[in-house]
Design a protein around this ligand. Structure first.
Ligand SMILES: Nc1ncnc2c1ncn2[C@@H]1O[C@H](COP(=O)(O)OP(=O)(O)O)[C@@H](O)[C@H]1O
Ligand SMILES: [Mg+2]
Length: 260
C-alpha cells in the first residue's frame, strides 16, 4: 500500500525449527500511532527486530518509503529515519541528561567535526535551541544536569525517547517502553509520546493493552507468530480470535475482563 511508510510483506523468521514470525503482512502508515500487543513469545520483538534490521527474515520483504530495505543494516535504517529507542548503556551513566542529549544530537546529525560546529555560530545557536526545546518537551528542565545513574526508571525511559527523537525520525519504534514502570512514570512516558503524535509514525510494542488505548489509533494483536486482529482497540478487544487466543488480555480498569 502506497500510504504505508514501512511495511513487511510475508515475513517469516525461524529460530531453528521454531517459527517466531510466521508469514506476517504488516504496514505502518505515515504519522500513524500504532500498537502491537500479544502474550509473551507471540513474536512481537522478533517482528520489531525485522523492521529495525536487527534480524533478517528467512522469507518476505520489508519496504520503507517504497524501497526494499530487507537487507539494509540497522545503522543505515536509522540514517534513513527509522529509529528505535535503546536502553541506555552504562557508558552514559556518568553523563548528565543534557550531555546525553547533546551526544545523541551530534551522533544523529553526523557532524563532521566538533571544530566545524564550534565555528559555525548560527548553527550552534539553532542546535542549542533544539536541545533546549527537547529538555522542555520531555520535562527535563529541573533535572538537566543530573547524572543518568541518578535518574529514576521513568526518567530514563523519557531520556531514551528524547535521544531517539533528536535524530528526527520518520518512524519511531519502541519495544515495551512502559515495562517495569510505576503508574506515575507511565503517565510521564505516555505524555511525551502523546506530544509526538503527528510528527512521525510511532509503533509501540507492549505486552498488554492497558495504557495504549488512549494513545494509539490502531492496534494489532499477535499470537504465536501471526497477526490475529488489526483495527481500533475496540475492534480488537471484541474480536472472537482475540477473545479465544489471547485471553490474558488486560482490559482497562472498569471494563469487563476478557475471559478464557
Ligand atoms: N534469538 C533467538 N533464538 C531462539 N529463539 C528466539 C530468539 N528470539 C526469540 N526467540 C523465540 O521466539 C519466540 C518469540 O519471541 P519474541 O519475539 O521475543 O516474543 P515477544 O516479544 O512477543 O514476547 C519466543 O518463543 C522466543 O523464545
Ligand atoms: Mg518482546
Amino acid at each position: 500500500m502506497s500510504t504505508d511508510i514501512i511495511r513487511a510483506d510475508g515475513v517469516t523468521k525461524r529460530f531453528g525449527r521454531f517459527v517466531a514470525v510466521d508469514r506476517i503482512d504488516y504496514g505502518l502508515r505515515e504519522n500513524e500511532v500504532s500498537g502491537i500487543i500479544g502474550s509473551n513469545g507471540a513474536g512481537k520483538s522478533t517482528l520489531f527486530n525485522l523492521l529495525t534490521g536487527y534480524c533478517a527474515p528467512d522469507e518476505g520483504v520489508i519496504h520503507y518509503r517504497g524501497q526494499d530495505i530487507t537487507r539494509v543494516t540497522p545503522q543505515e535504517r536509522v540514517a534513513r529515519g527509522i529509529t528505535r529507542t535503546f536502553q541506555l548503556t552504562s557508558a552514559f551513566d556518568n553523563l548528565s541528561v543534557v550531555d546525553n542529549l547533546v551526544l545523541a544530537f551530534f551522533r544523529a546529525h553526523r557532524q563532521p567535526s566538533l571544530l566545524r560546529l564550534l565555528i559555525n555560530r548560527r548553527k550552534r545557536h539553532r542546535d542549542a535551541e533544539q536541545i533546549g526545546e527537547t529538555l522542555q518537551t520531555f520535562g527535563f528542565d529541573g533535572i538537566r544536569d543530573r547524572e543518568v545513574k541518578r535518574l529514576g526508571l521513568g526518567e530514563k525511559r523519557r531520556l531514551e525517547i528524547a535521544m531517539a527523537v533528536l535524530s528526527e525520525p520518520k518512524v519511531l519504534l519502541l519495544d515495551e517502553p512502559l515495562a517495569g514502570l510505576a503508574e506515575s512514570e507511565i503517565k510521564g512516558v505516555l505524555d511525551v509520546l502523546r506530544r509526538r503524535r503527528g510528527l512521525q509514525a510511532i509503533l509501540i510494542v507492549e505486552h498488554k493493552i492497558s495504557h495504549l488505548q488512549d494513545l494509539v489509533q490502531r492496534l494489532t494483536v499477535m499470537h504465536e507468530g501471526r497477526i490475529i486482529a488489526d483495527g481500533t482497540c475496540e475492534e480488537c478487544l471484541s474480536d472472537a480470535a482475540v477473545r479465544r487466543s489471547y485471553w490474558q488480555i488486560d482490559v482497562a480498569a472498569g471494563r469487563e475482563a476478557v475471559a478464557p
